[in-house]
Design a protein around this ligand. Sequence first.
Ligand SMILES: Nc1ncnc2c1ncn2[C@@H]1O[C@H](COP(=O)(O)OP(=O)(O)O)[C@@H](O)[C@H]1O
Ligand SMILES: [Mg+2]
Length: 255
Amino acid sequence: MSNVLDFRISASYGATEVLHEVASSIAPGEIVSLVGLSGSGKSTLALALLRLLRYRGGEVTGTINLEGTELTTHSESAMRAIRGRRIGYVPQSPGLSLNPRLRVKTLLEETWRAHASGSTSHQALLESVQLPSDAAFLRKRAGELSTGQGQRLLIALALMHSPALLLADEPTSALDAITQAAVLELFSKINRERGTSILFISHDLMSVAGISHRVDILHEGRLVESGSPAAVFQTPQQPFTRQLVAAMPRLALRD
Ligand SMILES: Nc1ncnc2c1ncn2[C@@H]1O[C@H](COP(=O)(O)OP(=O)(O)O)[C@@H](O)[C@H]1O
Ligand SMILES: [Mg+2]
């Protein structure tokens, strides 16, 4: 079966190239984590794949193939039919992405309309991300939700049109450790139950290791290593990956 996503891209802001021929692919049903330090180019890559980088002043060259279709030559209107429908984007923080005054029901309805088609009921969708689906919850404003609930709502909005690929840019970095683990498990459950492919972007190798089929390590805009979490942890090949693994906190318990 062919890949859901195949890409090889470079990206720059003005004269400064920040992604240097980064190439990867995601098979159907695969969770690939892209791990790199802050500033390594993770969000640039996410926006480049969505063809949104120009809105941040960046430019992309290369190829992006989604479900057999080349995206780099698509018009903006063709891309609008892809974003939200074939690629569901989960941003970093509900506080930055959801209008705090809008009610849950309104947010669901707006996302529904924005992409014109869909097959999942709001109730089933909320339940699939383990949120309440009763009228009282639907009446809540985004600003009244906990960060964990807001993040689950962002995931629900991204899933509304059953995308082939979920693209999540540090979706747990605003959450406390326990909520973070629960949201990671939610991504894993979505992948298992729906078969959705996931590109999970994170600065934290440790947190993504458990849910990933493969880990891609991004360092200063270059993909320096790619492998199963076990291989990356146990036999890191590149100096940067060795540093990353060595820097991970270890449990030092007294006996
Ligand atoms: N709009 C922009 N204009 C110029 N440089 C930018 C812009 N956005 C990001 N950068 C630079 O590109 C590099 C990668 O940034 P980014 O993709 O946001 O990294 P990450 O998401 O991994 O933290 C950084 O050096 C950052 O300073
Ligand atoms: Mg980022």
